[in-house]
Design a protein around this ligand. Structure first.
Ligand SMILES: Nc1ncnc2c1ncn2[C@@H]1O[C@H](COP(=O)(O)OP(=O)(O)O)[C@@H](O)[C@H]1O
Ligand SMILES: C=C(C)CCOP(=O)(O)OP(=O)(O)O
Length: 266
């Protein structure tokens, strides 16, 4: 049975230029599209992750949470970042539920432990169990506890890549990962969208990949492409596409012609 992991980027579901500004109308349309995808493929397993956008990235930057915490104010900051990502996730979860999608919000802080920002413990049994009962696990970029530096930040991209590897080991038939943002795909130095990134053309396009132009603590486009290229070599196709174009996400999941960037190892 196929598994599709969908990342709804913070750039798509919030206005990353305006602190704490969600885009509920975009969330509603995405919910309807995901509802349609499920109706077309009742056997499809879905995991959805949402980015932190102008919610968690604001506080994460303010408290430099990715580097850990020492002082009481940094520790408080860690908790406030978690609250910010929960607030955004709650808005999205409510909209999904109103649309009839059986989502269950699962905070990654309870699944993953790091050491000096390196992932050392994973417990994805709640994801497994949710999928087994035909629920849609809804995860998000979150704070996580770190054995050396107290805490850090785990992006949705990293989490979904880890989940893709985990389910691959469990002999999942086919896995695809789709990153939907508010950009048309990965751009080259001229600004044109690169339709296909492989191990062979990566070195030619690498210099075009940068950080996010918005407030963002987790690495922007370069890290995204590197992480997706790494899992593509395991046979997992990854799309980076524009989720603000109606039906684009639907087309990618249903295997129809899609505008955006496909990352495939070959
Ligand atoms: N080569 C590139 N192609 C597209 N976007 C790029 C590129 N290099 C840097 N970026 C920046 O990366 C951003 C996407 O990363 P990010 O903000 O983390 O997205 P998301 O919130 O969807 O995860 C783009 O909006 C753009 O500002
Ligand atoms: C800042 C925090 C706490 C999480 C970041 O998550 P993401 O890295 O997945 O968020 P977006 O870039 O998609 O906004």
């Amino acid at each position: 049975m196929a598994l599709v992991l969908i990342k709804l980027g913070g750039s798509l579901i919030t206005d990353k230029e305006k602190p704490y500004t969600a885009r509920p109308e975009v969330m509603q349309r995405l919910a309807r599209e995901i509802h349609y995808i499920r109706a077309q493929n009742p056997n499809l397993k879905l995991i959805i992750g949402n980015g932190a956008g102008s919610f968690g990235h604001q506080s994460a930057k303010k408290y430099n949470t990715i580097e850990g915490f020492v002082s009481p104010s940094e520790k408080m900051g860690f908790c406030l970042v978690h609250q910010d990502v929960l607030d955004l996730n709650l808005l999205l979860a409510k909209i999904f539920l109103q649309t009839g999608l059986p989502v269950v919000s699962l905070p990654p802080v309870t699944m993953v432990v790091t050491e000096n920002q390196k992932l050392i413990e994973r417990n994805f049994s709640c994801i497994d169990n949710s999928l087994a009962t035909d629920l849609i696990p809804l995860v998000f970029g979150d704070v996580v506890l770190d054995k050396e530096i107290g805490g850090t930040i785990l992006s949705t991209d990293t989490l979904l890549a880890e989940l893709a590897k985990y389910f691959l080991k469990q002999n999942q038939d086919k896995i695809i990962l789709i990153n939907a943002g508010d950009y048309p795909g990965v751009r080259d130095r001229k600004g044109d969208v690169i339709s296909l990134i492989t191990k062979s053309n990566y070195c030619e396009i690498e210099t075009a990949l940068g950080l996010s132009h918005s407030v963002d603590v987790t690495g922007g486009m370069k890290k995204k492409v590197e992480e997706f290229l790494a899992i593509s070599s395991l046979g997992i196709d990854c799309w980076i596409l524009d989720g603000s174009i109606p039906e684009n996400l639907v087309r990618a999941v249903l295997g129809k012609p899609t505008s955006g960037t496909l990352i495939r190892a070959f």
